[in-house]
Design a protein around this ligand. Structure first.
Ligand code: F3S
Length: 410
């Protein structure tokens, strides 16, 4: 790999042992990925954060870098972890789990990470610009910043993310390079001129992930002006059921003002039509259960914004969650504070809805509660919950999720 003089010195240990180790990892993985150089990046986002996924080995990795006096040299935010870090006992967090998670929290504090603990760091101050190179993990966030903001990141991996934050460099391959960002597959939305409804964005994302895998799609025919919330649920679904890291949405993605520009001269490998039937069949495929008792209604994957939280508060007005059901909304600490100031948090609590911060249903020890059936409005949750939470899952629109919370049945 061709390294600058500065990078060669970092590799030789001029900036300490943590940077030296990070450079060793980046250069060796970079060579394996076919990168011939490293490039500077403006920010990092780290997924090596949740004890449920990183296990004891992940804890040791964090502590190793911290003990070597590693310090992040670019803004470096953290993905959700396995619990509310300031309130770890709130959700029956097992003792060992709590202790290990707190070791991770401590290690990142020493290294100077920004503890937003969210999968939506672009809404919490880590907002890359068009054309900016960054090194992020968290599949839903990477898909969002490439597709909506026009920033550039591969779906980096755990450990590499720490190395990026410590060095301010990533490997120059994949989506960092112009030639790898053109569209490959054409997707034509054919809904006879109507706009997608809220719940159809995650359904469409789920379908696109399945058919695209890691190919770059060009989605044309979307009507109206989708909100940030709608786009985040679309892209989280695509990044969960497939490896989508960039989806050109014609008229929205900065690199896709037109379909032709998004393909950059490429001929589409194939054209896929998405119509009413595709959306219906996809929705039917997203659940593992069709009736019966509900244990948990879980919203906020990716983390809910204050707008989404406010919408639930309105829909719950005058209603109560069934005593046999837990109803949790996952969000950020800052959204919780705003909801509290607005009186929304109190309204939700009075209705039996809990705001759960810094974590989510998939990366916290939800299975220790014994939930058998989860109802959600999230395609990503629907995709992973059977594996991660060992529960059946029902995907529904928000109103139907709320009905299930109130009646206690699907
Ligand atoms: Fe975020 Fe957890 Fe979903 S990290 S995208 S809420 S799985």
């Amino acid at each position: 790999m061709e390294l600058t003089k500065d990078e060669q010195e970092m590799l030789a240990g001029s900036k300490g042992e943590a940077v030296k180790l990070a450079m060793e990892i980046l250069t060796r993985v970079g060579e394996a990925c076919g990168a011939v150089r490293l490039i500077p990046v403006k920010s990092a986002h780290i997924v090596l954060a949740m004890y449920k996924s990183i296990f004891d080995a992940g804890v040791e990795v964090c502590e190793r870098f911290a003990s070597l006096n590693g310090k992040f040299v670019i803004p470096t935010t953290l993905d959700p972890c396995g619990m509310d870090t300031q309130n770890p006992d709130y959700f029956k967090t097992p003792q060992k789990y709590k202790e290990q998670q707190l070791r991770v929290v401590d290690a990142y504090k020493k290294m100077g990470a920004i503890p937003v603990w969210t999968c939506t760091p672009y809404l919490e101050g880590n907002l890359p610009q068009k054309g900016e190179h960054v090194g992020w993990t968290e599949s839903s966030a990477v898909a969002f910043i490439n597709s909506v903001l026009g920033a550039r990141s591969n779906r980096e991996t755990a450990v590499i993310d720490i190395c990026i934050g410590l060095t301010g460099r990533t490997m120059d391959y994949g989506l960092h390079r112009d030639e790898n960002r053109w569209g490959e597959v054409e997707i034509q939305l054919n809904l006879e001129g109507r706009e997608l409804e809220d719940s159809e964005y995650p359904i469409l994302g789920f379908y696109l992930g399945k058919i695209l895998g890691s190919k770059i799609g060009v989605l044309d025919g979307m009507k109206g002006s989708p909100s940030i919330e709608q786009l985040k649920s679309l892209l989280a679904g695509a990044a969960a059921s497939g490896s989508v890291a960039l989806l050109h949405i014609v008229g929205i993605t900065p690199e896709a003002p037109t379909k032709a520009i998004a393909f950059g001269g490429n001929t589409p490998e194939r054209t896929i039509i998405v119509d009413e039937m595709v959306l219906k069949e996809t929705k039917d495929s997203m659940s593992t259960v069709s009736k019966g008792k509900v244990d948990l209604v879980a919203l906020g994957c990716p983390h809910y914004t204050i707008n989404e939280i406010g919408k639930i508060a309105k829909l719950m007005d005058g209603k109560k969650v069934n005593p046999g059901v837990e109803f949790w909304i996952y969000t950020t600490k800052s959204n919780e504070m705003i909801a509290e100031r607005m009186g929304i948090k109190q309204k939700l609590e009075n209705a039996g809805v809990k705001l759960t911060v810094e974590t989510c249903m998939l990366i916290s020890p939800v299975e220790t509660w014994g939930f058998k059936t989860i109802v959600t409005d999230s395609a990503k949750c629907a995709y992973y919950a059977p594996m991660q939470c060992k529960a059946d899952v029902r995907f529904e629109d928000v109103k139907t999720c709320i009905e299930s919370a109130i009646t206690g049945v699907i």
